[in-house]
Design a binder for this molecule. Structure first.
Ligand code: F6R
Length: 255
C-alpha cells in the first residue's frame, strides 16, 4: 500500500462535504448529549464552503444547535480588520456564524490587528484558551498547494505552536485574484501551529479539484518531511482525508 493516510474518495465536493458535515454534527450531538461543550477547530478558504452550507441547512431544517459549541479558527491574515471582506473573521461570520445559533463569545478567531510587539503574548493566550476549553474535539483542514495546513508553510516544525508566519509565494499567488492583485495580499499571517493542530482528537483534511491532485499525492504517498507540513498528519492517530475524484486523480490507486 503506497498510501500513508486513511483516505475516502467521493464523486464530487458536494457529496464529500455532506459526509464531513454529518461527522461534525455527530460530534456536536454526542458531546452535547453528555452535557459537554463540543470544541471545533475550523478552516476558511474555498474548501469548507459546502461543509458550512450543509451545517447551516442542518441547523435550519433539522434543529442542529450550536449553542453548546466553541470554535477556534486556524488562522487570520496579519493586518486585516474584521470589516475587510478578505479577513477570515468576515469569512466565518458571512459563511457560517451569522446563520447559526452559536453565541458570539464562543467564537475564537486569531486576531490580525494587534501590534507586532504583542503578537507572541497573544499567540500564547490562544493556545491557553484552547487548552482551557478542554482541547479540540475536532479539527477541519484544507491544504494549500505549498503543502501547508493552517498557514504552516514549509519548513514548519511539527511541534510548532500558534505564531506569526511569513506566507509562501504559492499561497500569496493563489490568494491574489481574491485580493485584486498580488500587491494587495498580506505577507504575513497568524496561524495555529502544527503541534496545536496535532492535539485535536479527530482531524479531517478535505481537498477538492484537480489543482490539489499533486499536493494530495505528495502528502498521502510521500515521506513525512518539513517540505510538505501536511505529511506530519501521517502520524496522527485519528486523521482522515476526504477528497473528490479529481483531487485523488494522481494517486497510484487511481491509475
Ligand atoms: C484556511 C487555511 C488554509 C486553507 C488552504 C486551502 O483557514 O488554513 O490552510 O485551508 O490554503 O485553501 P482553499 O480551500 O481556498 O483551497
Amino acid at each position: 500500500m503506497t498510501e500513508k493516510m486513511k483516505l475516502d474518495i467521493y464523486p464530487d465536493q458536494a457529496s464529500g462535504s455532506v459526509a464531513i458535515a454529518r461527522e461534525i454534527a455527530d460530534i456536536i450531538r454526542t458531546k452535547n448529549a453528555k452535557g459537554e461543550t463540543a470544541v471545533l477547530g475550523l478552516a476558511t478558504g474555498a474548501s469548507p464552503l459546502k461543509v458550512y452550507a450543509e451545517l447551516i441547512r442542518m441547523h435550519k431544517e433539522e434543529g442542529l444547535s450550536f449553542k453548546n459549541v466553541k470554535t477556534f479558527n486556524l488562522d487570520e491574515y496579519y493586518g486585516l480588520t474584521h470589516d475587510n471582506d478578505q479577513s477570515y473573521w468576515y469569512f466565518m461570520h458571512h459563511n457560517l456564524f451569522d446563520h447559526i445559533d452559536i453565541p458570539e463569545e464562543n467564537v475564537n478567531i486569531p486576531c490580525g490587528t494587534m501590534p507586532m510587539e504583542e503578537v507572541a503574548e497573544w499567540c500564547d493566550g490562544y493556545e491557553k484558551k484552547i487548552d482551557e476549553a478542554g482541547g479540540l474535539d475536532f479539527q477541519l483542514l484544507g491544504i494549500g498547494r505549498s503543502g501547508h495546513i493552517g498557514f504552516n508553510e514549509p519548513p514548519s516544525d511539527p511541534q510548532s505552536k500558534t505564531r506569526m508566519i511569513h506566507l509562501h509565494a504559492i499561497t500569496r499567488s493563489d490568494a491574489a485574484p481574491a485580493f485584486g492583485g498580488l500587491e494587495n495580499v498580506p505577507t504575513d499571517a497568524i496561524t495555529m501551529g502544527v503541534g496545536t493542530i496535532f492535539k485535536a482528537k479527530t482531524i479531517i483534511l478535505m481537498a477538492w479539484g484537480a489543482s490539489k491532485a499533486d499536493i494530495i499525492k505528495r502528502t498521502v504517498e510521500g515521506e513525512m518531511s518539513d517540505d510538505v507540513p501536511a505529511t506530519y498528519l501521517q502520524a496522527h492517530p485519528n486523521c482522515k482525508f476526504v477528497v473528490d475524484t479529481a483531487a485523488a486523480s494522481a494517486l497510484e490507486r487511481s491509475k
